[in-house]
Design a protein. Structure first.
Length: 66
């Protein structure tokens, strides 16, 4: 049971981090109406630190929240 709650906590923390970093712009595309956000940097970090299923869920929930 402890491992299950640890997985849920990691998913929640990284989803919140993904959502928070999606609000911070880092650069603007020249000639495009959009901009790059800081969540592009955290996505590979999430993929490295978590298992594939946890990384998928945290990115999914973070994208829905953002």
């Amino acid at each position: 049971m402890k491992i299950e709650s640890l997985k849920a906590a990691r998913i929640g923390v990284f989803a919140a981090l993904y959502a928070a970093l999606s609000l911070i712009p880092i650069s603007v595309f020249i000639g495009a109406p959009s901009f790059l956000t800081l969540n592009l940097i955290i996505t590979p970090v999430i993929a490295i630190l978590l298992s594939p299923f946890e990384a998928f869920l945290s990115s999914l929930f973070g994208g829905i929240i953002a």
